[in-house]
Design a protein around this ligand. Structure first.
Ligand SMILES: *[C@@H]1O[C@H](CO)[C@@H](O)[C@H](O)[C@H]1NC(C)=O
Length: 241
């Protein structure tokens, strides 16, 4: 009985272990960021969302200066990118799930929306129109509040905060996108993340490594369930001594 309880507790604690923070520093119109978010981040989050807390930072190699009450941004791929980065920053801050979106958490809805924005359709139309279409496609509600934010000082403030987070890592950022685990730069993680994000994440999760990581290279094959099982067996043996 006690062994069973401990087994269940072991499995539960493995499943609800603290999430590992993954930071993605990127730019709204950057082709390498688009490739990374659509081909690596999106599928990796589908698989590993229970183990990762994602922080998206749309700023990249931008800079800003203040002129009176105005903040003027200067972006790597031009003014349209500054507007795009504001849409991203505002979406990350404003998106909420409603009670009908039970398949989503706030984070998974943000990932769906940002992935749509990064899939390239903005090339044929103004960014604001494209961002509205992505909101419809991914069932993001109240796009108006995101657009109002992006078109006002609220968007500038949020983008400045993204800039401050970026400069905390590196000023200026050397490569876009940059991916870190736990907010410290590591060349090895960066290299692996660009080619195989699930393995980069799995290799850096605290032990016991979750079962979903078994398919990924280099990850330990001992899952939390197995450890809890072994623990349960040891405890039940002791009960007979
Ligand atoms: C917000 O700004 C964008 C880009 O300048 C523009 O296309 C759009 O019409 C503006 N929307 C509103 C509601 O003012």
């Amino acid at each position: 009985m006690i062994a069973k309880v401990l087994f269940v507790l072991g499995v539960l604690s493995a499943a609800y272990a603290q999430k590992t923070p993954v930071y993605v520093y990127y730019e709204s119109l950057c082709p390498d960021s688009m490739a990374f978010i659509t081909k690596q981040l999106y599928p990796a989050m589908k698989e590993l969302k229970d183990h990762v807390s994602l922080e998206l930072i749309p700023f990249g190699k931008s800079t800003w200066n203040t002129q009176g009450s105005d903040t003027i941004f200067n972006c790597h791929h031009g003014p349209e990118e500054c507007y795009g980065n504001k849409i991203h920053a505002c979406a990350i801050s404003h998106i909420q799930v409603d009670s009908f979106q039970t398949e989503h958490t706030r984070e998974t809805l943000i990932v769906d929306y940002i992935t749509c924005l990064m899939s390239g359709g903005f090339r044929d139309q103004p960014y604001a129109l494209y961002a509205r279409k992505c909101a419809e496609d991914t069932h993001v509600k109240k796009f108006e509040s995101i657009e109002q934010c992006a078109n006002s000082t609220e968007g500038s403030k949020l983008l400045e905060e993204m800039g401050e987070k970026t400069f905390k890592l590196e000023n200026p950022l050397k490569s876009v996108p940059t991916i870190t685990i736990r907010e410290t730069y590591d060349a090895q993680i960066q290299k692996q993340a660009l080619n195989d994000l699930p393995s980069a994440i799995c290799n850096n999760l605290p032990k016991p490594i979750p079962a979903v990581c078994r398919a990924h290279s280099g990850a330990s094959t001992i899952s939390g369930g197995i450890i809890a099982g072994i623990l349960a067996i040891i405890i039940s043996i002791f009960r007979f001594i």
